[in-house]
Design a protein around this ligand. Sequence first.
Ligand code: MTE
Length: 905
Amino acid sequence: MLSVITRILLTSTMSISTVLRMVLNVEQSIRAICNCVMVALAEFEAITTKALIPRVYPFKSIDIKEAVCPERLDVPPPPPSNIPKEALSVDKDTPDYHVPRDSRLIRLTGVHPFNSEAPLTELYNQGFLTSPELFYVRNHGPVPRVQEEDIPKWELRIEGLVENPLVLNFKQILQDFDQFTLPVTLVCAGNRRKEQNQVRKSKGFSWGPAGVSTALFTGPLMSEVIWKARPFRRAKYVCMEGADKLPNGFYGTSVKLNWVMDPNRGFMLAHKMNGEPLRPDHGRPLRAVVPGQIGGRSVKWLTKLILTESPSDNWYHIYDNRVLPTMISPEVASKDTKWWKDERYAIYDLNINSAAAYPQHGEVLSLSTSGPIYTAKGYAYSGGGRRITRVEVSLDKGASWNLTEINYPEDKYRDFESDLFGGRVDMHWRETCFCWCLWSLEIPVSNLEKSDAILVRAMDESMNIQPRDMYWSVLGMMNNPWFRISITNENGTLKFEHPTQPALMPGGWMEQVKKAGGNLTNGFWGETSEGKPLEEAPVKEINMKKDGLNNTIELEELRQHDSSEEPWFVVNGEVYDGTKFLEDHPGGAQSIISAAGRDASEEFLAIHSETAKAMMLDYHIGTLSKAAIEGLKDASQEEQGQCSGEVFLEPRSWKKAELCKKQIVSWDTRVFTFQLQHEEQTVGLPTGQHLMLKLKDPSAANKSLIRAYTPFSQTDRKATMELLVKIYAATNTTKGGQMTTALDGLQIGATVEFKGPIGKFRYLGRGKITLNEKEREVNSFRMICGGSGITPIFQVLRAVMQDPEDMLNCVVIDGNRMEEDILCRAELDAFAKMKAPQCTIVHSLTKATETWTGRRGRISKELLEEFASPSEGSMVLICGPESMEKSAKEILLALGWKEVDIVLF
Ligand code: MTE
């Protein structure tokens, strides 16, 4: 019946209604026939539309020049694109080894994951559209590897609250739906975040103002794809999921279903960018494009659309892309999840923003040779499709404003009538603005000469205007105060400075104001309204001096206390007697003895907590005389110049060593190799002890970072020494590790300093140990570690395993998040094989995948009961994050272990 009607419709010249009437005369149930007719009509419509719309199937790359003939177009063509051919060498040892990239992009989170922006001038000079290789990139983790031949099999599932769950392959997405091409500006919610980080470090990494880019995206409308799955009435949200597997699951987020279905909003699925198939970093082969909203909603490597009643419960939807109230500090936010789960704080539409690209940061204008006019230029955008209606510039701190010229290249596409890159440019009926616009203003140089800064602000059609003051929030997102370029007039030249430079790049007036003690939060860019820098609020000092103690100590007296007997040491010119604390110092007596008779200020202040500092009152015995302070300085300079002999480390003075090799072991783990002072030298570290590493803090001048490490290389190795370090890079929700990110940033040839050994425990071999210098024997070790805490444990274990005569029984309980986080796994497993049953290794993972067959969960009572119950002559060694060490110790004590048999490294 159905095909009969279809044939009639296709072949006859009768109108559809005549056919219908004819059909309705037959002796069938009217209801059944009508149903058939509806289906037939739909089929008919589909057949005819298919004939009308040419469908270009772009499995192979299309040459843009062929696809777009600029003379034919009155629209801005994409800038010439140079597809990077090979992965850069920095990426070769990361999970993104397969992703070719442009080396001009500025990396914002170290080597991996790849988050980057183009230099602002290059971005602006590209014009309205950005080439895919300079388009900003925001990847939360590794880029999924999608081979050319796998693309046709790429599947998109549409599921959840739908009548007709669907699995569409890539080919169907291209062939079964109308294709559209739309210019869209994507903006990361963190754009301009470095300015927030200058005021107060947020939980996010430092974007400059180039976390914004524009491209022509091609693909079907998201609404058409969802429509086909027939959403239920109660479906309210569309959750999207990408194929990138991250520590907290796949990347995912949600948007409202009614937005998706609203043709004005232009939500689409894209497989092309500027006419080329998507590049790996931008979601190859398929991504969502959500115009007018923050980039975080445009899910890349899209695999699922799930219709739900509530917003997404994906970790990245909850803990990312939010503006929490400004008074919520990072500490409060991390303690209480309610702040994250409140949908009111989730960001969808972009807010209004603008920046200037010209003058460039660091640009210099000679007053004697320049023309009379300088043209300032920049960009502006707003959210939700709202048009930018004005961009204004002030040269007098906002007292008066000048209207700029605005160019809206997006409007050119509204009149475009044919297909572009295989998609219809269907914008003539829609008035929404989804792209940035470009502004410019001709300014008399004489006005610039009189000004101290160029201020830029934009307004949109809803009269939203950029604020003067910053709204700081925990994630540092949606930063949009007036963009300010400072002007310094020096000997006939004007020097321009942007607020910041991206990533850890130094420069920008905000950094200078901060250094000079100005207050960046007062709304006057660190100045009073009269132009003078304000005093910075004083930092709370911990009192480490006894009230009323008037005891001056000379150098000679200090020197008499330079050994383990009554060790005295100096912090900030004050003298402390460490004798009473020798037994209790968590780092072992050696930590105090190494400082005896010396000035320990730098390392004491760098590594001790406020609680430790407050304890110093009890040990304070007097103040060093001025002459003694000078004498101490001279002595320490002399020592530093000395070159030591057989062993490198000195317990009492810092020794310099050069970084000669950096090996990337995994995306977050490195082995750093340091050159000792000569070929025959060994590091000089007893097994079980640690050394201190000191390097300059890249984020604060004149400050050092000091941490304890245990080398990974054998202690008797000559000429070089290796450290295995896990890099804790900053993410949107966590602060990066200061020391590990600084280490990761070191160039080959950089010099760092070491001192040691330190630690209260030593393994002498074959069951002999010393704890706080007291020797004893043990018959087994229970070694409990978490994450990078494996390094000291590994050193002891290796000493036992490598000595065939050493019969000590060792059980290692190693806690990690995921399989890839397990450090030294191959070596550990080899020891277990080599010396079974003397050596047992137990890995327990908190975020294991389904295929993991080992233990799961944290280091729990059950695990410790099973593998570390107390036994006569045994000793427990623990090393890991503080919380893990504390909870393991509590469990062990409850299990019956004695305090003296538990060593925390
Ligand atoms: N989609 C997936 N699957 N994984 C991601 O890490 N990052 C989001 C979004 N989509 C992300 C994602 C964020 S925060 C932004 S700003 C945009 O992608 C960036 O898109 P781009 O890298 O193509 O510029």
